[in-house]
Design a protein around this ligand. Structure first.
Ligand code: GN1
Ligand code: MG
Length: 375
């Protein structure tokens, strides 16, 4: 069973229910929808676990509505996912992995006529999800799932994939967007973020580092996941070992450094992204476990330069997320789902505190990394 958090407002779920009932007969004949549950609490898409009953018994299907405001070329997303899931089948035929389920007519997605794109995945039975990293074992497993994904994707040339969201992890461009949002001040909120802007301004000298090295070819452009948090890993319900990674929407060409960094960012902090900044933590034991799991599973895929920048990547992506949350706060919360007016600002403060903590611990984190690389 995947994580079941109430990810969506009830009104969305009710509106989707009718669409779901229309879509299901395109996948199976003679089955009735006996239950619809919300799955996996992302901030962007809506995901449902459909329980179907027929004479054969119960079966499950995961139906997901892609947010076309974020993914404005969803057919390109689907093209990438098709390539990635096929590649996974080739390189790891016996592994339990995500599979796109085609409709009875062989289509990999359907449009609902209301701006939504729907697709179906297999439901991986007896799996659980974790919203936060609680233990070192989970951190190791999450690291190993994404390290394995990196290795598996090594044979899938990045230039065969579409860039789903252009400049997704281009930190200098994220800064430009923030600066533009400050200037436009659409939601009239710029007055309250001067402390945050100063903090970012003081770190301008290093924000282009990864993009400069990537565009000059000193670090490779690979097939990357781009949303590497523990909630995008499925775990075996019995053993709590990682089964596979999910959420393939943002798989596209990029640097693995953003993937590793984002996994560290979302794992070392023991509190959610919108928790008060005083509660933010930088758990070094968790960092060690993730890194160990990642490097063991990636088995030498990384080049020297990538290895050198692993700790830096965590600091950079955390600053990038703070910029994204601040930008959305200034633009009036048009991108990330919010439940309250200040939530994006809270997320930004939380992330900036995490940048500060990573800075304080950077030397130690680099020592942990070096020890893992040489052993
Ligand atoms: C978004 O929807 P979700 O939670 O999978 C975002 C990620 C951010 C994350 C922050 C396509 O992911 O980049 O890291 O929120 N995804 C997109 O919580 O923008
Ligand atoms: Mg996601």
């Amino acid at each position: 069973m995947q994580a079941r958090t109430p990810a969506l407002p009830l009104s969305d779920k009710m509106a989707h229910q009718k669409t779901l009932e229309k879509l299901v007969p395109q996948y199976v004949v003679g089955a009735k929808v006996s239950k619809v549950e919300t799955l996996h609490g992302g901030l962007i898409n809506a995901t449902y676990l459909i329980t179907l009953s027929s004479e054969k018994g119960e079966e499950h299907l995961v139906l997901q509505r892609v947010n076309t405001a974020v993914f404005n070329k969803p057919e390109l997303v689907m093209g990438n996912i098709k390539k990635v899931t096929q590649h996974l089948k080739e390189v790891a035929p016996s592994a339990r992995n995500l599979k796109l389920e085609p409709t009875l007519d062989g289509a990999h997605y359907m449009l609902d006529g209301k701006g939504g794109l729907w697709r179906a995945f297999n439901y991986l039975e007896d799996c659980i999800g974790h919203e936060q990293v609680e233990t070192r074992e989970q951190a190791y497993e999450a690291g190993s799932a994404f390290g394995m994904f990196l290795r598996q994707m090594d044979g899938l040339e990045a230039d065969t994939l579409e860039e789903i969201i252009p400049n997704f992890h281009d930190t200098p461009k994220r800064l430009e967007k923030l600066e533009k949002a400050v200037e436009e001040n659409r939601a009239n909120r710029a007055g309250v973020i001067s402390r945050q802007l100063e903090f970012i301004e003081a770190r301008k000298s290093w924000i282009s580092k990864i993009e400069t090295l990537r565009t000059s070819g000193e670090i490779p452009t690979r097939t990357t996941h781009n949303d590497t948090k523990i909630s995008n890993v499925l775990f075996d319900a019995k053993t709590d070992k990682a089964v596979c990674v999910i959420d393939l929407d943002t798989v596209m060409p990029g640097s693995m450094l953003y993937d590793f960094g984002d996994l560290v960012r979302t794992s070392i902090n023991s509190v959610p992204e919108d928790a008060a900044e005083e509660e933010v933590t930088c758990r070094l034991d968790i960092f060690k476990a993730i890194t160990k799991g990642y490097l063991e599973a990636a088995q030498g895929t990384l080049c020297k330069k990538e290895l050198e920048l692993l700790v830096f990547s965590a600091k950079l992506i955390t600053l990038e997320l703070a910029m994204r949350f601040l930008t959305d706060y200034l633009n009036g919360d048009v991108y990330f789902r919010v439940e309250r007016e200040t939530q994006n600002l809270e997320r930004a403060r939380n992330q900036l505190r995490l940048v500060e903590l990573i800075e304080e611990n950077e030397v130690e984190m680099d020592a942990i990394l070096k020890a893992l690389i040489t052993h």
